[in-house]
Write a protein that binds this ligand. Structure first.
Ligand SMILES: Cc1cc2nc3c(=O)[nH]c(=O)nc-3n(C[C@H](O)[C@H](O)[C@H](O)COP(=O)(O)OP(=O)(O)OC[C@H]3O[C@@H](n4cnc5c(N)ncnc54)[C@H](O)[C@@H]3O)c2cc1C
Length: 550
């Protein structure tokens, strides 16, 4: 389409970055006939989705994200799934999506049907099965509202529409109560709902995957959403690795005439008369955009690098530059000579994601230690086992583990266990490896053949994550703290919530924006929908404005 490079090309939309939100936004626009260009600064496309033989030949690792329930359960997959399948994207799933293995050798499982979960929870405490049934009974009738919060531009007519729907269905007090319940913490919801500490320890680690801790506002709502989503959707992964999703999206965009270019660092959004007109690349090229510039970047980069001084009001720019990041993350990849052999429940060997934690208080303590700048003594360990679904990712008879630690400080002040010398507090190679040793020893206590089976271990520290993807600032896998003042209605931040920016035709997407991180591609879908929405007739608009004022 553009022969000698992008220089002086004009597109309908230029999209900065090639994360899943960008690719989905580009896919929707390209299918609707827009000319789109996606520009990615790294040599690899896909941002936090990357698949590679990181350890040894034949071992196919998802370096960062790996689990696709949010994608498969999301609106973009519903719309694009068939077309993507034609480009080779195939999902595998399991009846054993997740479990927690406790230090005493006991384990609790979240399964794929309401009946199986009731039975499993009753096994730990009689009555908890019924409590799960009651949870589902109250969740399902308003599931459209719950998922609506996560799939709607809240500061818009659709957001107002969602509020009106809740009001019509639940009445004023009911709607206020519904919103109030969204704010409950995971601890309060879990301890009020289930008697067994096993049930608490099964579900509490999942709040970490939403960027929250179990004592944070709204973490109870997120725990319920995730638990229901896993029961209903399982733990799907693409055959061959997460990059298959990226490959299929890129193929779809290109088939519809779009351009996707790696190695293209955007350094400036061009603003003319208060309107985004295109971008300038670090190599000096400019690419013009007639209808939209869509930036999948952090607020820090948007307001601190891409926008020229004065393009946005000072309070917005300053607040954007002060956007806060959440806890940092470490990934550990193991290539094993044989499959891991778990102690205890035989189902653990077949379970996609096993959390290792002492329980709800253990998760809470590790979160608190990380928040205070300490390396947790007993971090919550996510043991991912993609081979339980996709054996193509390792040589026959071998093993492979995807390990994630989500409770780490970016600047390390000390070690809660009092063992490691943290030096100047930065993530040096030495600190990374010694902390990974602690994690490995804890996993080995539950998987006795781990140490002898290791062929190679590769660890990615928070600093390595930031180097790999500029959106993972401070090693935060979720591109920004999800504390209430940077979440939901207020994401990315209260002075500029939502996806429209103070610069006309400039849109902000990505994990830093609502509905936050994850592979659901929520922000890319929301912005594509807004761009493709037919303009309202002027009279209807005036009427809507009048209504809002009243
Ligand atoms: C280690 C890890 C594990 C995770 N695990 C899961 C999981 O299993 N399941 C799940 O649902 N979610 C998971 N997540 C979260 C999820 O992967 C991310 O929230 C999501 O992929 C973010 O997508 P995005 O579109 O916002 O942008 P990103 O994937 O962050 O991509 C942004 C891209 O923009 C590029 N870019 C930025 N600035 C510029 C510029 N100026 N010019 C050109 N390019 C630029 C970056 O290089 C990057 O490639 C995980 C995240 C991490 C980091």
């Amino acid at each position: 389409m553009h022969g000698g490079g992008l220089l002086s090309q004009t597109y309908d939309a230029v999209i900065v970055g090639s994360g899943v939100n960008s690719l989905v936004c580009a896919a929707f626009l390209a299918r609707a006939g827009w000319g789109v260009a996606v520009l990615e600064r790294e040599d690899e496309l896909g941002g936090a989705i990357r698949t590679a033989e990181l350890t040894e030949p034949g071992y196919v690792h998802d370096l960062f994200s790996a689990w696709h329930p949010l994608w498969v359960g999301g609106p973009a997959h519903a719309e694009l799934g068939d077309e993507l399948a034609a480009y080779g994207l195939e999902y595998l799933n399991t009846d054993l999506p997740t479990a927690t293995a406790f230090p005493d050798g006991e384990a609790a499982f979240l399964l794929r049907t309401a009946e199986a979960n009731a039975e499993e929870l009753d096994r730990h405490a009689k009555g908890d099965g019924e409590a799960w049934g009651r949870t589902l009974e109250s969740f399902f009738p308003n599931a459209d509202l719950a998922f609506g919060v996560l799939g709607t531009e809240l500061w818009s007519r659709s957001g107002l529409g969602l509020g009106a729907k809740a009001y019509r269905r639940l009445g004023r007090r009911g709607a206020v109560g519904f919103v109030g319940e969204l704010l409950v913490s995971s601890r309060d919801w879990l301890t009020e709902t289930f008697r067994s500490k096993r049930a608490h320890g099964l579900l509490a680690p999942w709040v970490l995957h939403t960027g929250l801790g179990p004592d944070a506002a709204a973490s109870g709502f997120m725990t319920q959403v995730i638990a229901v989503a896993i029961q209903e959707g399982g733990m799907p992964i693409p055959r061959g690795g997460g990059a298959k999703l990226v490959d299929a999206l890129v193929a779809l965009i290109r088939a519809h005439g779009g351009v996707v270019e790696p190695g293209r660092d955007v350094e400036r959004v061009l603003v003319e008369d208060g309107t985004a007109a295109g971008v300038r690349l670090a190599d000096g090229d400019t690419v013009r955009a007639e209808r939209a510039v869509v930036a999948n970047v952090t607020p820090t980069q948007l307001y601190g690098r891409l926008l020229p001084d004065g393009a946005a009001p000072t309070d917005v720019s300053e607040r954007g530059r002060r956007f806060r990041y959440g806890r940092a993350d470490m990934q550990i990849h193991f290539a094993l000579s044989e499959p891991p052999r778990w102690e205890g429940d035989e189902r653990l060997e077949r379970t996609a994601i096993v959390h290792l934690t002492p329980g709800l208080d253990g998760v809470s303590r590790a979160v608190n230690e990380a928040d205070r700048g300490l390396l947790p003594g007993t971090a919550t360990i996510v043991v991912g086992q993609p081979l339980t679904m996709d054996q193509s990712r390792a040589p026959k008879g071998a093993g492979l583990l995807w390990i994630q630690i989500q409770e780490l400080p970016w600047r390390v002040k000390g070690d809660a266990a009092g063992e490691l010398d943290v030096g100047d507090g930065t993530w040096t190679e030495e600190l990374r490896e010694r902390y990974a040793d602690r994690i490995q020893a804890r996993i080995a206590a539950q998987i006795p053949n781990l140490d002898s089976a290791i062929r190679k271990r590769v660890v990615l520290s928070p600093a390595d994550l930031q180097t790999a993807n500029i959106n993972l600032q401070e090693g935060d896998p979720y591109s920004g703290s999800l504390a209430l003042d940077q979440n939901f209605l207020w994401r990315p931040f209260a002075a500029s919530p939502g996806h429209a920016t103070p610069v006309k035709k400039l849109w902000h997407i990505g994990a830093s924006t609502h509905p936050g991180p994850g592979l659901g591609a929520g922000s890319g879908t929301i912005v594509a929908n807004q761009l493709l929405e037919p303009p309202l007739p002027a009279r209807a608009l005036a009427r809507a404005r009048g209504l809002v004022r009243r």
